[in-house]
Design a protein. Structure first.
Length: 207
């Protein structure tokens, strides 16, 4: 607790002699701030890289924010857009009116994300509308993509390692037009931080 304190000491020698002393107002403890903060949104991604920081400190009159090695701010409640994905150490130093400081650091994660959605039917009639079986989503950080499509009689009819390439309903996209019906697909890929994803289901081919 802040305040002015007197220090007293008493010494006893090995043979029992005693001496004591008092030092009035020897120690002064001045008030100190307490640093703390939060941010929104709780989850940041490469799509939503801007965070709103809220100062939760006490007994301070100034603020010094450091956002990893990228930038800084002296605003009480700053907004900051991170340049890339990754882990960032955000540090806040607050100062009391008497000059005392307090520091707090928190780790913020800007995550790379992948989203992937596939249709349940497509029409290979060449009208320019839904002609291919093709997944959509956020694909920038997708790795090791494979797609395999199998007919109901067990024959593999299409395979690809390109997430931007769709199946047009023909045998390996260049052979005969396959019959209308239900086909099975198996799609695998790896998310940016190593999680393996498997998507499987059926799609209906219409002419």
């Amino acid at each position: 607790m802040d305040g002015v304190y007197t220090v007293s000491v008493e010494i006893v020698s090995p043979i029992g002699c005693r001496t004591s002393a008092s030092f009035p107002n020897a120690i002064t403890i001045v008030p100190s701030p307490r640093a703390d903060f939060s941010w929104t949104p709780d989850k940041l991604t490469h799509i939503r890289k801007t965070a709103q920081f809220t100062n939760l400190s006490e007994d301070e009159i100034s603020w010094n924010w450091m956002f990893g090695t990228e930038g800084s701010s002296i605003v009480e409640n700053p907004t900051y857009a991170f340049a890339d994905t990754g882990m960032y150490e955000v540090q806040l130093i607050v100062t009391h009116e008497n000059g005392c400081k307090d520091t707090i650091s928190k780790t913020l994660d800007v995550e790379p994300v992948v989203t992937y959605f596939v249709p349940n039917a497509f029409t290979s009639n060449g009208d320019g509308l839904n002609d291919d079986f093709l997944g959509k989503g956020i694909l920038d950080y997708m790795n090791n993509f494979t797609m395999t499509i199998v007919a109901r009689w067990g024959e593999e009819v299409y395979t690809s390692e390109d997430p931007l390439a769709g199946w047009n309903g023909r045998h390996y996209n260049s052979g005969r037009l396959l019959p209308e019906g239900v086909y099975t697909y198996l799609i695998r890929f790896v998310e940016p931080r190593g999680k393996e994803v498997e998507v499987k289901g059926v799609v209906t081919l219409l002419h």
